[in-house]
Design a protein around this ligand. Sequence first.
Ligand SMILES: NC(=O)c1ccc[n+]([C@@H]2O[C@H](COP(=O)([O-])OP(=O)(O)OC[C@H]3O[C@@H](n4cnc5c(N)ncnc54)[C@H](OP(=O)(O)O)[C@@H]3O)[C@@H](O)[C@H]2O)c1
Length: 227
Amino acid sequence: MSDVSAPSRPTVTLKLATSLDGRIALANGQSKWITGEAARAEVHRLRASHDAVIVGSETVLADDPELTARIDPMPAKQPLRVVADSRGRVPASAKLFSTLEMGPVAIATLETMDLERWPSTQGLQFWMLPAGEGSGSVSLIEMMNSAKRAGVASMMIEGGGQLAASFVRAGLVDRIEWFRAPVLLGGDGRPCLGELGLEQLELAPKFTRTGVREVGVDLWESYARLV
Ligand SMILES: NC(=O)c1ccc[n+]([C@@H]2O[C@H](COP(=O)([O-])OP(=O)(O)OC[C@H]3O[C@@H](n4cnc5c(N)ncnc54)[C@H](OP(=O)(O)O)[C@@H]3O)[C@@H](O)[C@H]2O)c1
């Protein structure tokens, strides 16, 4: 696994909202809602405390999220909402695009993509990126460089499991904010983290717990990466 030191790039928080057994959706994609209202309110506060939030294209296709920080009072500035959409699969009808008046959106896509497929609207920016090594998806290292150029100092990953695993594999996750609901979804549910391809236990990314709180019926655990 490569490691990119935190000072030269935005810090990265991985937010997970899972069942007790670490699932983020049923096999059929249903995911609303696993955690309770109190945990979801905390997620909105976490969004407001980051410069950017990011999701994978499959999450937009499955859930069509707004990804705005909806707290009372509303934050002075919304986080930049980033979608990793290498192949331009997110439709122009996505809520991300119909809520641009609330805050900006960045599409991280392959540099070979034709921009005409997206609405040309104020507040929408494009990060045209090369593919990652051995991958057909955008390079996360280049994406972090684009984020930095856009003034992003902190970014929160909001899923799904494939995008989260890519960040972990690249050694880019500094903190984890894990909301765990007292429910079991089973091995056929979708995992919060895709494959890491580990062959030796000692190579597993390690974290230290920095906090545990009860939030409504759920548990909120915080972790920081051990370097
Ligand atoms: N419980 C929760 O809080 C929660 C939160 C989020 C999602 N979910 C659920 O999770 C499911 C979606 O998760 P998922 O794991 O299937 O998909 P995902 O991680 O949301 O999206 C995966 C897609 O992201 C794109 N991508 C772009 N750059 C990437 C990179 N460097 N590495 C990896 N992917 C990259 C890829 O498509 P391209 O190559 O086309 O770009 C890839 O297919 C849905 O069912 C959703 O409901 C639940």
